[in-house]
Design a protein around this ligand. Sequence first.
Ligand SMILES: *Cc1c(COP(=O)(O)O)cnc(C)c1O
Length: 757
Amino acid sequence: MKLTVDNIARLLGVSSSSGREIVTLLTDSRSLCEPETTLFFALRTSVNDGHRYVADLYRRGVRAFVVERVPDIMSGVDDADFLVVADPLEALQTLGAYVRSTVDIPVVGITGSRGKTIVKELVYAALLKAGRRVVRSPRSWNSQIGVPLSVWNLEFDTEIAIFEAGIDHPGQMQVLRDIIRPTIGVMTYINGEHDAGFIDRESKVEEKRRLLSGCGVVIEGDDNRRIAADILDALGESRDLLDGIDEVSTRLDVHDGVNDSLMIFDEFTADAPSLLSALDFMSRRKTASRRNTVILGDLLHRDGEDIRTVYREVAAMLRLAGIDRLIAVGKEISACADVFDPLIAVEFMDSVDRFLAEYDVSRFDRELILIKGKRGAGFDSIMRRLESPRHQSILEVNLDAVVDNFNSFRALLKPQTGMVAMVKASGYGTGALELAKTLQAQGAAYLAVAVIEEGVALRRAGITMPIMVLNPVSTNYQALFSYNLEPAVFSLRELRMLVNEASRFGLEKYPVHIKFDTGMHRVGFIDDEIDSLVRLLKSTDTVKVASAFSHLATADCLDEDAYTESQFEAFDCMTGALASGLDYPFKRHILNTAGIMRYPDRQYDMVRLGIGLYGISPLPPEATCISLRTVAKLSSTIISLKRWPAETTVGYSRRGVLARESVIATVPIGYADGVDRHFGCGNARFVVNGCLCPTVGNICMDLCMIDVTDAGASIGDRVEIFGPDAPIESLAATLGTIPYEILTSVSPRIHRIYFRE
Ligand SMILES: *Cc1c(COP(=O)(O)O)cnc(C)c1O
């Protein structure tokens, strides 16, 4: 869409006489690309305020803004257009609704918990095959902001539009519906997740259903391909168009590459609009010390469309994105070599195989590399070739799964109950920092770590939310206080030292958390000590009780309810005594993950969520009331493959004896990485190409061997130690331990990779 500022002003009910043409709407200053024709909306969210970026954007050339107020430093600026409105988000939505009203075409609106993007991309790719001009939401832009931005992409010649609508609070769908106004309404699979803002699942479903109201056609189901086929039917297109179209991967992965390069691997629908959003993602990872390289395959385009037009547009995008080097891998793109800018280094080759045969890793040095090509066209081999060899073994952490798990537990809580997110022991082995950033954004009340050093590391990395330190037995009070870490206190001795130090530092009302021992018999104040505790607390105003808590010993033991009840009673009694001794209120909390699932009446003011956040239930499956998503995947890769006759022995002490002729793979991960030696000799099975492959012989320090005879394996194939396909629970059972131990044992030398879907 293209509109002039005065036209937009009229739509928003404000005045402007500026004829400036607007092509791009911007809400995130990091995505700026063509400043002269951009209109920036200064949105206010719970974590940020767009008005902060106005001055910077002006400096970078933006001249049109929708704001609540003109920032002071911009007063006197007379060569920019400021449209002052009551609510810039509402203004953006009004503009979206207007753009929608300018077209009279079939519009598909898709909502649901899972599969929205997959269905949308399937239909999109099918319609391109039919030669239709389609506009669809970029990636998964489906929010209150994403939807109007998506609708803005409508053009006068668009024939069909497909938009996603996602919500997390009541009342939001009506707004999205009024912008999208779908003629075909689609509801994909709905599950119990993302329930945070809703009282229950029914009210969420009801809210989602609002999208469908008024649609001529309504399609529902939980089979993505089937839904896509039904949409094609409703559009009067052939279902057969879907033949040969694979479901896209919605992930954008970031990997370390050879020679200090960083790679972004993108297997989303390979077309020009998605290249644009991948370039945007890339621009946020740019640094001055790295060259910017794009390895690009043939792009999907409308059947019958002139491919030179497509690649001319691509060339313009690459130039605007400041790309230094293009390696084009494909027949079509190579045929258009002449449209690419001579200012950037360009190389063309007609196939991935050529690339693999001709490209040596030494040709990449300190580069930020975006790899984008059609799924199944082999671009994953390019990625693997360029992957840093140090990181053959990785722990992948799905931050979206963390958020989903957080929300699933949130849904079990009363609205006023706070969530303490446990990120001790490096986030149960997954890495505390990324987790902390994610949970801070998600609205946890507290983070909890075990030791002061963990808290300091989080503060240094910019975590500002309250942090509780559970076992702060340390003399480093300086660090405790200066990093604003709140200690748990479990003995009079500790409390006295803390009070002394706090007064030495001149502190007042420093928050502390009183730990009671109600039955774990590990640490904590017991009945006899409460009088002295109260006396000490009343004698000083250097510290103040922020909360009192205790820890359950048997919340996960289904036959120990009586014991747990006795802990609750002791807790009530002890916190009662503390409360009557103090003249101010404090919070109480006792539930861990198992407790949250089993004792909804004992939430008090906060709960402490640990293992559940990481997608693991401490309860047996039949007692687990919510579905959790796997967060962590430990995997390595096959580096050697040999076929041996029966009777061959493998590994140290000849402990692996082959019963049949076998293909044995060597995998560079061993007990020093956290793969326990007791997993050797067939005691555990790792997953290769969906096939369970038993270990053979002893696990070595840095390597292990597995039997891949039935897995059709090749060198470079991934080996999943635990993850979505190899439940960590089974590994734990093999060792007679709990998943907590397996997860926290993954050695720090294993590279952690974080991703969002
Ligand atoms: C680790 C820990 C938790 C969390 O336990 P999970 O079983 O992982 O939920 C809660 N409270 C305290 C005091 C802990 O040390």
